[in-house]
Design a protein around this ligand. Structure first.
Ligand code: TYD
Length: 131
């Protein structure tokens, strides 16, 4: 499945830390958009879509959450629990974000500007396209 979980370099020390994402260092695409998801109730599922053109890096910069990834054949679950682990998600994977801790902030870096027409929000339609 076209995703990857990796730990990235932390700079600084016990007095304060810093993490950077830079193209071709620890981010494989030009970042055209960034957004963050916060204040999400624990029983809520976010996402539930696939993107035809976008790649993403997800980082739980505070708290934790889970991401279910689905390529139409199998499903895998990634849990993000710290600010130095990133999840890369390639194009056309179905994704659902859930089990947000009360303090979770999920930072998302995206390779595209927002375009509602590249979203597939119907799972049956997604299955038809990937099969
Ligand atoms: P949505 O993709 O449904 O959020 P989630 O996947 O977290 O459930 O987006 C929620 C709203 O925000 C929707 O009206 C579209 C808008 N939005 C933007 O305008 N720009 C963006 O970059 C994103 C991700 C969403």
């Amino acid at each position: 499945m076209n995703y990857k979980v990796f730990e990235t370099t932390m700079y600084g020390d016990e007095n304060g830390r810093l993490i950077s994402f830079e193209k071709d260092v620890n981010c494989p695409f030009d970042v055209k958009r960034t957004f963050y998801i916060f204040d999400t109730k624990n029983d809520i599922v976010r996402g539930a879509h696939a993107n035809k053109n976008s790649e993403f890096l997800l980082i739980a910069i505070n708290g934790s959450c889970k991401i279910k990834l689905d390529d139409g054949k199998k499903q895998e679950i990634v849990e993000l629990t710290n600010p130095y682990t990133a999840l890369y998600i390639g194009k056309m994977l179905w994704k659902e974000m859930y089990d947000f801790s009360h303090n979770a902030i999920l930072l998302v870096l995206a390779s595209t500007k927002y375009d509602a027409s590249e979203y597939i929000r119907d799972y049956d339609e997604y299955l038809k396209i990937v099969k």
